[in-house]
Design a protein around this ligand. Structure first.
Ligand SMILES: *Cc1c(COP(=O)(O)O)cnc(C)c1O
Length: 226
């Protein structure tokens, strides 16, 4: 697995303006360091304990994105260092992130995770829940967070038309929210969509942040303890 070569190959295919989150979950700090040495600064993890342990031994200028399902009681643990929490799926979690960011004298960016897939198991706001939360408006009082965009995962299927349709739906929701609630907020600018298997379709549908793991670091072995 030549991490540097994989990174360079993927970056060469990304249009200007599309950011890359290198998803390093399950992989050891040495592999992240290798990607760091090749110039990568943005990494994604989906377990708070694992991300925290890695953040403590790796360079301080890494931008850590939490891309997993967020449990409210774990927000406190990552608040001292996390840059972006991508999996926000309730107003309460925005409130808790704001509270913990304030305690640490920090500002944390949050993406609203939207349920766009047909699978039951994927987390996220339904579009209706998210619209209701934004319409209600109390999020405007949270001074230590910024809502920076939306995040979504498509159904895990070979049906390209379905995947494209789901990513387009995410882009439509982003555009709607942008126009209605964030037209004066340049920081609401990110559509986080696309993984190793579907990122080209995501970009075609308007994604400007891809989260890629296995194409950079190789297959994950969940049985092998690092
Ligand atoms: C693991 C994961 C990814 C990366 O998946 P790959 O198929 O390895 O590229 C992207 N997004 C989320 C939310 C993930 O959990």
């Amino acid at each position: 697995m030549d991490i540097k070569e994989n990174l360079n190959r993927i970056k060469a295919t990304l249009p200007a303006g599309v950011r890359l989150v290198a998803v390093s979950k399950t992989h050891p700090a040495e592999m992240i360091q290798e990607a760091y040495d090749a110039g990568q600064r943005v990494f994604g993890e989906n377990k708070v304990q694992e991300m925290t342990a890695k953040s403590q031994v790796l360079p301080a200028d890494i931008e850590w994105h939490f891309i997993g399902h967020v449990q409210s009681n774990k927000i406190r643990m990552m608040a001292p260092y996390v840059s972006v929490i991508q999996g926000i799926d309730s107003f309460d979690k925005l409130v808790e992130t704001d509270r913990q960011a304030a305690k640490n004298g920090r500002h944390i960016t949050c993406y609203l995770q939207l349920h766009i897939a047909s699978e039951e198991t994927k987390f996220g706001f339904s579009p209706d829940e998210c619209s209701a939360m934004l319409e209600q408006g109390d999020w405007r009082n949270l001074r230590n967070i910024t809502i920076g965009g939306v995040m979504g995962m498509a159904t895990n299927t070979d049906d390209e038309a379905q995947v494209l349709g789901e990513f387009r739906r995410l882009k439509e929701l982003f555009d709607t929210y942008k126009a209605k609630y964030f037209s004066a907020s340049p920081e609401f600018n990110t559509i986080s969509a696309g993984m190793s298997g579907d990122y080209e379709l995501a970009i075609k549908s308007g994604s400007n942040m891809v989260r890629i793991g296995s194409s950079i670091f190789g297959e994950r072995n969940y049985n092998l303890k690092k």
